[in-house]
Write a protein that binds this ligand. Structure first.
Ligand SMILES: [Mg+2]
Length: 215
């Protein structure tokens, strides 16, 4: 048995597409021009903008009632999850990985409530050997200890493990710290880190899982 570590957002699930769908719904509901979707996507900063700060920015830009902010934060957290769609190739690739002797474990930064909701809503729990979430782990990627925790969780050593993710800093930087192979999902970006680099660069998670399975 070998360890296959996977990021969640914009790796196993297409969070960017889900946020765009959420933003499209927002423009329709609030009757603002459809081209404001791009402003919303930029303001989200791929999910890195704190939700309350994003909600306040949205409230100001679209002159929403100040009391709307709290509801907006809730909608940004949970309404976005409702917009996630799982690529059927992901469970197919995870099943193939398990059949080939890999234990797939999600290592994700975020809150337990939100990340577990995504995992369960997508049915990913049926295909994973487990998941480690930074909030409950008390540490976040790229801290090497969260990767060690994932290995301990399934009782499989880190040696020979692979990490798949879209974040240069958290995913590939973390893999570099623990000395394991990694695959970076480029999402149309170019690699810019000098200190470390992924073993391989690919454009989709299923392709990355398939690649690991052939190792
Ligand atoms: Mg990610």
């Amino acid at each position: 048995m070998s360890l296959l570590l996977l990021d969640l957002d914009n790796t196993l699930v297409d969070r960017a597409a889900a946020f765009r769908r959420w933003a499209e719904g927002f423009t329709r509901t609030h009757m603002v021009p459809a081209n404001e979707v791009d402003w919303l996507v930029d303001a989200d900063r791929d999910g890195y903008e704190p939700r309350d700060a994003l909600a306040r920015s949205i409230q100001r830009r679209f002159r929403l009632n100040g009391s709307a902010v709290e509801q907006l934060v809730e909608d940004l957290r949970w309404g976005m999850v409702e917009q996630l769609i799982l690529d059927a190739e992901v469970p197919r690739a995870l099943c193939a990985a398990r059949d080939a002797g890999w234990a797939p474990v999600v290592v994700t930064n975020g809150t337990v409530e939100q990340q577990e909701r995504k995992i369960r809503r997508m049915g990913l729990n049926d295909y994973l050997a487990g998941w480690v979430i930074s909030e409950s782990a008390g540490m976040a990627k790229p801290d090497r200890r969260i990767f060690e925790l994932a290995a301990d969780f399934v009782g499989v050593p880190l040696g020979g493990a692979w990490m798949i993710g879209d974040s240069a800093h958290a995913d590939i930087g973390g893999a570099h710290r623990v000395g394991i192979e990694s695959i970076w999902l480029h999402r149309g970006r170019t690699w810019e880190e000098d200190e470390f680099a992924p073993s391989i660069v690919l454009d989709s998670c299923p392709a990355a899982i398939d690649h690991v399975c052939t190792q």
